[in-house]
Design a protein around this ligand. Structure first.
Ligand code: ATP
Ligand code: MG
Ligand code: MG
Length: 555
């Protein structure tokens, strides 16, 4: 089964293979280890690994670790885990830092060929000299340094003789080019900071425009896929690879080519790493893996399956060349569809109100056999649910003075207990403050398994007190309350949903005790849940609501 639906990139690959340009397809997923992966990265993962799968090729997981000041092994580990969790196995795991010697050799080659020079103007001067859209750039006074002088300076930059910003290595391309990226882009900068993998070995680090094409070429990548913001960088990519093919150990052909696709954006969320870091550092969420976060670790902890995310990208979101914002409702619907056939139905009461069935004897319980699946899910299986004299129902399923159209329990009214009997509320017990503490009801012994009888208002879920398992329930709302939190004045933080986490304490039926810890359930009428993989313990269950049952309409 294909993992990537036909799109403009598969057309390019088909053409390239037909014309014999490459013996096979090689792709890469190139994250920078400076944060956790989010749902946007999943689009790139599904595309790159998916294409390698579909064409019998290879996909490398490559860490673009060229900024020592922002990178950390914690992020490397989380990214490896997230890619595997999504269901993809990298053909190899590589690091840009593996190639630092090779990058340096390329820089030396460019200098020798008169294609790069060490510039020593300040950052401000460089910006000034670069010109504007209407004015061509002007050469820096250092642009015509001799090859020998450039090589000497470059070597000393590498050795750590200079302060940050004292010099840079620039490509010598075209200061008048309408594409600014080609106006002598910077290739190397001085960063006197230790790198988490190479330690103090280097004092210069390659810029994206230098490192990325070389990484691709070194790994034999054929189709280098990136997001649309890099469209203008493609000219540098091509210039560099044309300058170096057939040299410093590179073949003359074939070489990689870059193609751009639309970045994934979604309503009611933010996806830039900087903003996600802001949420974590600002204490707005409990961490990178907070179930409200759009990170892959957040989705995993929440209980979303990797299959749901893959299905979302392979079947619902295409690969195209124009940016747009996907409706979060579409992702939620995909998650719901995935859980619908996966999640057995059981009963939990999140906010319990005690019911005493007065026409049953003290201590009475009765085992009912209740199917796990509704009629429209073609699966079999049942569990035992105890029924008894003492029960819990949802506090919101009772109204002492029912509002118009209330179809559940109130004094004198009847409801059916799901999978069990009809009860009638005879008496309301209150505490000194007037809060309802208990309902006294009678049940109709011959109502079991019958069609709703005359005068029954509705069907509600319940859990018998005998055997009820206490549990904490964590209910999550969308993290942001507006579709485009990044738009308008002020910070995205002001659009956070005030109570995006609501914690309830209630009970769940005893059958869950025997289930594997990663079982996903539908708690009837409440939504899909699973045990929080971090905080839930066998003697203190904590359930995350993965998603509610009904579709929240998006404006
Ligand atoms: P951010 O802006 O969130 O920091 P990034 O592009 O800097 O993202 P990288 O770690 O460099 O993050 O991304 C690794 C790969 O994932 C890149 O190829 C990038 O194009 C891709 N990617 C990142 N975000 C998205 C997105 N929203 N949609 C599609 N692909 C993405
Ligand atoms: Mg990046
Ligand atoms: Mg970034």
């Amino acid at each position: 089964k294909r993992l990537v639906a036909e799109n403009f990139i598969t057309e390019i690959i088909d053409r390239d293979l037909e014309e014999g340009r490459y013996p096979g397809v090689v792709t890469r997923f190139p994250p920078e280890p400076n944060g956790y992966l989010h749902i946007g990265h999943a689009k790139s993962i599904c595309l790159n690994f998916g294409l390698a799968h579909d064409y019998g090729g290879l996909c490398t997981l490559r860490f673009d670790d060229t900024n020592p000041e922002t990178e950390d092994p914690e992020f490397v580990e989380s990214i490896v885990a997230d890619v595997r969790w999504l269901g993809f196995e990298p053909a190899q795991v590589r690091f840009a830092s593996d190639y630092f010697d090779r990058f340096y050799a390329c820089a030396v080659q460019l200098v020798k060929d008169g294609l790069a020079y060490v510039d020593s103007v300040s950052e401000d001067e460089m910006r000034e000299l670069r010109g504007t859209t209407t004015q061509p750039g002007r050469p820096s006074p250092y642009r015509d340094r001799s090859v020998a002088e450039n090589l000497d300076l470059l070597e000393r930059m590498r050795a750590g003789e200079f302060a940050n910003g004292a010099h840079v290595l620039r490509a010598k391309i075209d200061l008048a080019h309408p594409n600014f990226k080609l106006r002598d882009p910077v290739l190397y900068r001085i960063v006197n900071a230790p790198h988490y993998r190479t330690g103090d070995a280097w004092h210069i680090y390659p810029m994206y425009d230098f490192a990325h094409p070389l990484e691709d070429f070194i790994e034999g990548v054929t189709h280098s896929l990136c997001t649309l913001e890099f469209e203008n960088n493609r000219a540098v990519y091509d210039w560099l690879l044309e300058a170096l093919r057939g040299k410093v150990g590179f073949p003359a052909a074939p070489r990689p080519y870059q193609y751009e696709f639309a970045r994934f954006n979604m309503t009611y969320t933010v996806l830039s790493k900087r903003k996600l870091i802001g949420l974590v550092k600002g204490g707005h969420v409990r961490g990178w893996d907070d179930p409200r976060m759009p990170t892959l670790s957040g989705f995993r902890r929440r209980g979303v399956t990797p299959e749901a995310i893959r299905t979302f990208f392979t079947e619902r979101i295409g690969v195209a060349k124009t940016n747009s914002r996907a409706d979060i409702g579409l992702l939620e619907a995909t998650i719901r569809d995935d859980l619908n056939y996966r999640a057995p139905r059981v009963m939990a009461v999140l906010d319990p109100l005690k019911v005493v069935v007065t026409n049953l004897p003290e201590g009475h319980t009765e085992p009912l056999s209740v199917p796990y699946w509704p009629h429209d899910v073609p699966k079999e299986g049942a569990r035992t649910v105890p029924f008894g004299r003492e029960l819990y129902i949802e506090r919101s399923d009772f109204q002492e003075h029912p509002e118009r159209g209330f179809r559940r329990l109130s004094p004198g009214a009847k409801v059916r207990l799901r999978h069990a009997y009809v009860i009638r509320c005879d008496e309301v017990i209150k505490d000194d403050e007037g809060a309802v503490t208990e309902l006294r009801c009678t049940y109709e012994p011959d109502s079991f398994g019958k069609a709703p009888s005359e005068g029954v208002k509705g069907v509600i879920h319940w859990v018998a007190a005998a055997g009820a398992v206490p549990a904490e329930f964590r209910l999550y709302e969308r993290l942001f309350s507006v579709p485009n939190p990044e738009e308008g004045e002020g910070s995205y933080v002001q659009h956070l949903t005030p109570d995006s986490l609501v914690v309830k304490r209630g009970v769940v039926e005893p059958s869950v005790r025997d289930d594997p810890a990663d079982t996903r359930y539908q708690f009837e009428r409440q939504g899909y849940f699973w045990r929080d993989p971090v905080d839930s313990r066998p003697d203190a269950l904590v359930f995350n609501r993965i998603i509610g049952l009904s579709v929240t309409p998006s404006p």
